[in-house]
Design a protein around this ligand. Structure first.
Ligand code: PLP
Length: 363
């Protein structure tokens, strides 16, 4: 197995020592002890602050996709109308997930190098299609883009759409998220991005409107949200709770709180801007159109035309640097630098950029 001293993959990211220590600690029996319940409550309180919400949060054991699937299946029945906003792999992919469970899906689509705009088209689709749910991705990791959420929330409210589902897996912890202000009913997060944990916890902040729908749909699967309804009053977790993971999540939130929310966002913004500036100065071409909004957590860059992705990746790895490739139509064309969470670090980025400069000049 190969290891790389300069990890820049946009998830799973490097895990800081203090978080690792939470995994190495021995705990009790989580479904029998009130200590676990207290940890859940305290973690939820901190996460609510980070996500700008008063909504109850379901912490599920599993990687990001468990909340993407579980939130759809818990709220959508065959024939329900879902309006998907597509600006990349995950945005379009969520439409496919909804279709696979029998929803009638309409897509307002954009190019992968764009972020949401053309609000007239989006509003017209809401008016004509009358969806039960709108789906959106805040940070499209494969494109390195960040969709504006405020205006979407206003439209959702204006047209009384019951549910707004937002994938915030790659933004929470690196970018300000205002779940309640943006009218998000299902705000989805993952542990392996800006929270700097392994990929073992996914979480959803669920609005009271969404809980009503969840109780009505009664989806019974392993990834269901229903068992988490008022979980702290019931004290009955649906499966063996992941005490180590929740302790690690609590530690991650403490680290963010100790630095300060705004300081964390400014660090991400500053280092992302600096990364993009240096890449351009070297000669790389950024993937996004200039009119699109770049995410402070990840940058997508075109693979230089003088090489191919495999050769380029091998050359970087030989220097100890690992970046992310991309997916779907971007596979082989785009590489990504994940400057999120513990990897939003000046020293690490300087090392990565030095290697990226060297390899570019050699090609
Ligand atoms: N949503 C976005 C925007 C992602 O980038 C990812 C993973 O890269 C996911 C969802 C799925 O998360 P996971 O890979 O942990 O299942």
């Amino acid at each position: 197995m190969k290891v790389y001293p300069i990890p820049m993959v946009p998830g799973p990211v490097q895990v800081p020592k203090r978080i690792l220590e939470a995994y190495l600690t021995q705990y009790g029996s989580p479904d029998l002890e009130s200590d676990y319940r207290d940890l859940y409550l305290q973690t939820q309180t901190k996460m609510q602050q980070l996500m700008g919400t008063k909504n109850q949060i379901a912490f599920m054991t599993g990687e990001g996709m468990i909340s993407l699937w579980g939130s759809l299946k818990s709220t959508i029945k065959p024939g329900d109308r879902v309006l998907t906003l597509g600006t990349g792999v995950f945005g379009y992919g969520i439409g496919d997930l909804a279709r696979s469970i029998g929803a009638e899906v309409e897509t307002v689509g954009f190019e992968y190098d764009e972020t949401l705009h053309d609000w007239e088209r989006i509003e017209a689709a809401i008016i004509n299609f009358k969806p039960k749910m709108i789906t959106v991705v805040h940070c499209e990791t494969p494109s390195g883009s960040l969709n504006p959420m405020e205006r979407l929330g206003e439209l959702k409210k204006k047209h009384n759409v019951p549910l707004l589902y937002a994938d915030m897996v790659a933004s929470i912890g690196g970018v300000e998220v205002r779940t309640d202000d943006w009218q998000v009913d299902l705000a989805l997060g993952g542990s392996q991005k800006a929270l700097s944990l392994p990929c073992d916890i996914s979480f959803v902040a669920v609005s009271s409107r969404a809980w009503e729908v969840i109780r009505e749909v009664k989806y019974p699967g392993y990834d269901a949200l229903l068992p988490f309804d008022q979980i702290l009053d019931k004290d009955d977790f649906p499966y063996t709770p992941h005490w180590h993971g929740m302790a690690a999540m609590y530690t991650s939130l403490n680290l963010i709180q100790e630095e300060g929310f705004q300081a964390v966002y400014q660090r991400h913004e500053k280092l992302a801007e600096n990364t993009r500036r240096v890449l351009l100065e070297i000669g790389y071409k950024l993937f996004l159109k200039p009119s699109a909004i770049s995410s402070p957590t990840v940058t997508a860059v075109n693979v230089p035309s003088s090489t191919d992705w495999q050769t380029f990746d091998n050359r970087l790895r030989a220097e100890g640097l690992v970046v992310g490739g991309s997916y779907g139509p971007l596979a082989g064309k785009v590489f990504r630098i994940g400057h999120m969470g513990a990897q939003s670090n000046q020293e690490l980025l300087d090392k990565a950029l030095k290697i990226l400069r060297k390899i570019y000049q050699q090609l």
